[in-house]
Design a protein around this ligand. Structure first.
Ligand SMILES: Nc1nc2c(ncn2[C@@H]2O[C@H](COP(=O)(O)OP(=O)(O)O)[C@@H](O)[C@H]2O)c(=O)[nH]1
Ligand SMILES: [Mg+2]
Length: 206
């Protein structure tokens, strides 16, 4: 997709009313520091639209980025930040649950996992939780530039087995440094968000 315009349209905290958007949404989940903000910046070709930081746990809101007035990229709160009290974690959990359960426009959920590491307990919980809400998570294995090419298959297998992914689950290696995977993620997002429109167009043309 050619990015003509992108803006942070809605920011929701634990007490917010979630927006009833009229355009398709895709959401991104993952542990703090996994590279979620960097991924969103890469996808929309901006350096600092979504804040990136080496201080994890700061952006505890659901952020809706409007892309070209045609769809939304939805940044979910990062989990696994140890310094946060349990009561806060539960509130974020409820907020994410409220969103996954309530969105009428959510077409896909991407779960980000650092390609260098085996998925942790929270990653497994998140994976199951997304499935439980009726979505088939697509895995993005981040920070691809940090491993050798020869390690990729082994690490992907580690993620596949660690999360016990459902058969047919896609795992896309990705790097915000080299932009590897950007085109693949966009192809997927476009087919998930606009497949019906495309079909209608082809029918019109015929
Ligand atoms: N080498 C490398 N570093 C990355 C990549 N993605 C994110 N980072 C770094 O990881 C840290 C956390 O990234 P951020 O996007 O803020 O993670 P978030 O907490 O999931 O939003 C930052 O220092 C980023 O520069 C990547 O693909 N490659
Ligand atoms: Mg972030």
């Amino acid at each position: 997709m050619v990015i003509k315009q992108v803006n942070l349209e809605t920011v929701c905290g634990i007490t917010s009313v979630l927006p009833k958007n009229q355009k398709p949404e895709v959401a991104f989940a993952g542990k703090s520091n996994v590279g979620k903000s960097s991924l969103i910046n890469s996808l929309v070709n901006r350096k600092a639209l979504a804040r990136t930081s080496s201080q994890p746990g700061k952006t505890q809101t659901i952020n809706f980025y409007n892309v070209n007035e045609t769809m939304y990229l939805v940044d979910l709160p990062g989990y696994g930040y140890a310094k946060v009290p349990q009561s806060e974690k539960e509130k974020w959990g409820k907020l994410i649950e409220r969103y996954l359960h309530g969105s009428q426009q959510l077409r896909a959920v991407f779960l980000l996992i650092d390609i260098r590491h085996e998925p942790g307990a929270n990653d497994k919980i998140m994976y199951e939780w997304i499935c439980h809400n009726g979505y088939e998570p697509i895995i993005i294995a981040t920070k691809l530039d940090k491993i050798k090419r020869s390690q990729i298959q082994k690490q992907v297998k580690l993620i596949r087995e660690g999360l016990k992914v459902r058969p047919g689950t896609q795992i896309i290696p990705f790097s915000s440094e080299t932009k590897q995977g950007v085109a693949e993620v966009w192809n997927l997002m476009e087919s998930l968000c606009f497949a019906e429109e495309k079909q209608a167009e082809t029918q019109d043309e015929a």
